[in-house]
Design a protein around this ligand. Structure first.
Ligand SMILES: [Zn+2]
Ligand SMILES: [Zn+2]
Length: 86
């Protein structure tokens, strides 16, 4: 007892039937997770002039910054080592 694992609310149903093209596209859409801005936590949309780079201190975490946070020079904080930078 005491299993604290919290899984996804809804698991994708997998069936081994005939797979149509629309089904394939749906599965790609379902599995595509946009990266989130490290500063404002909004998902980075394709086409946004966001930037990504590894943490200059630990090099373990890929930092994402959306165009809005870049323009506003919003601070980011590395979730791994706590490094804060402009
Ligand atoms: Zn942002
Ligand atoms: Zn770091």
């Amino acid at each position: 007892m005491g299993n604290a694992f919290i899984g996804p609310a809804e698991a994708p149903s997998v069936n081994g039937g005939h797979s149509g093209l629309s089904e394939l596209i749906d599965s790609v859409k379902a599995t595509y997770k946009p990266p989130r801005c490290t500063s404002c936590h909004k998902p980075i949309l394709p086409g946004d002039s966001a930037t990504s780079f590894y943490c200059p201190q630990c090099g373990q975490v890929l930092i994402w910054r959306c165009s809005k946070c870049r323009k506003g020079a919003i601070k980011y904080k590395c979730p791994h080592c706590g490094f804060e930078g402009p």
